[in-house]
Design a binder for this molecule. Structure first.
Ligand SMILES: *[C@@H]1O[C@H](CO)[C@@H](O)[C@H](O)[C@H]1NC(C)=O
Ligand SMILES: [Cu+2]
Length: 227
């Protein structure tokens, strides 16, 4: 009896340690963000070769109900629920919706994603990323974007148990946005696909962050693009 209570408490503690990214700005959960498969469990994607690594959708083929109007150059808060409790890097990618489709219908397949944000680790007596414990991370959209609809993909990688392949935990979601006011010169040098961008053994994915403490950190994927 005592043991089962202890196991139940442990299980709920572990579940609470996980998180989702259900909203942008001050909108409702899953209004502009496609509902993820972990919307109840909060659990991560661990297989970088799975389709889940793209947008982790609960129902692939189904968009969110809304697409948020935003302005190029604007800073958009992307919110975590409950909070980003694991150590690891935060990145944002965008994919422009092809002609004839909309943010609500585009599946995001192919080499269409460019990275627009990557945070930096601080290494002292341990590795500390700025997102740790945060309830929201803001991403500034490049001023030079072309106007039109995009998917905005949030990605946080929990590296607390990433010492072996498949141990890293990916927390992901995709928001639907419509960009206006862009100057239109954005021309990303590195477009990647999901899956495809990452390997399980990439040095930023398979890494023991605790011992010995690494002297540097290389995030997976391409560098963040600027205008
Ligand atoms: C978003 O932008 C479109 C196109 O400019 C416009 O038709 C629509 O009313 C806007 N929606 C909101 C909620 O402002
Ligand atoms: Cu967790």
């Amino acid at each position: 009896m005592k043991l089962s209570i202890a196991i139940t408490l442990l299980a709920s503690a572990i579940a609470e340690a996980h998180y989702t990214f259900p909203s942008i700005g001050s909108s409702a959960d899953w209004q502009y963000v496609r509902t993820t498969a972990n919307f109840q469990s909060n659990g991560p994607v661990t297989n970088v070769q799975s389709e889940d690594i793209r947008c982790y959708q609960r129902t692939p083929g189904t968009g969110a109900s809304g697409t948020l109007n935003v302005t190029a150059g604007q800073s958009i808060p992307y919110n975590a629920k409950a909070s980003i409790s694991h150590p690891g890097p935060m990145a944002f990618y965008i994919a422009q919706v092809p002609a004839g489709q909309s943010a609500a219908t585009f599946d995001g397949k192919g080499k269409v994603w460019s990275k627009i944000y990557q945070d930096d680790v601080k290494i002292g007596s341990g590795m500390v990323w700025p997102s740790q414990g945060a309830k929201s991370v803001s991403v500034t959209l490049p001023k030079c974007l072309k106007n039109g609809e995009y998917l905005l993909r949030a990605e946080h990688i929990g590296l607390h148990s990433a010492g072996s392949a498949g141990g890293a935990q990916f927390y992901i979601s995709c928001a639907q946005i419509s960009v206006s006011g862009g100057s239109g010169t954005y021309s990303p040098k590195n477009l990647v696909s999901f899956p495809g961008a990452y390997q399980a053994t990439d040095p930023g994915i398979m890494i023991n962050i605790y011992y010995p403490i690494p002297k540097s950190y290389t995030p997976p994927g391409p560098p963040a693009e600027t205008c």
